[in-house]
Ligand binder design. Structure first.
Ligand SMILES: [Zn+2]
Length: 156
């Protein structure tokens, strides 16, 4: 299995490839197909949530990992998650992984917004989809990387 740094490198490389593709389809290609569907805010929101997810919402939150340590004293908020899911269990499932991580994150966000008094409906709704897609994609890239490395390891 790749280590934390390798996972981050793989995720960032995939993001760079996606952004290069988006850039090509929105600017360089004559038809500019994607520019009809996304603007700069969408791409920035997608990229930021993808990076946030890479560094803070990794499926490896189910163990003592780099993303887990980045939560500092808020790490306790992931304790139920770590307790319920054993390492590389549900957290590393292609479907249940992103769902359980995002549900836990939404619960944490909800509690933090309640405590801080921030109104959730002040967040622009149109940015929720690119933010969610960015986070899910980052988690999926992690899971696919783990599976790929496991498969290669089983061959050799
Ligand atoms: Zn993993």
């Amino acid at each position: 299995m790749p280590g934390g740094k390798t996972h981050e490198t793989i995720n960032i490389t995939v993001l760079a490839a996606i952004l290069a593709g988006i850039f090509y389809l929105t600017i360089w290609q004559e038809t500019a197909i994607l520019s009809r569907y996304m603007d700069a805010y969408t791409v920035i929101t997608f990229s930021c949530s993808y990076l946030f997810s890479t560094f803070f919402l990794s499926p490896d939150l189910d163990t003592k990992s780099r993303p887990s340590k980045r939560w500092k004293m808020l790490r306790i908020l992931w304790w139920p998650y770590r307790t319920i899911f054993k390492h590389r269990g549900f957290s590393h499932s292609m479907i249940l992984g992103p769902i359980t991580i995002l549900l836990n994150f939404v619960l944490i966000l909800y509690l933090l917004t309640l405590l801080s008094g921030v109104r959730l409906h002040s967040i622009p709704q149109e940015l929720l989809i690119p933010a969610t897609v960015g986070m899910i994609l980052s988690i999926e890239v992690h899971i696919i990387s783990d599976r790929f490395f496991s498969m290669v390891k089983s061959i050799f």
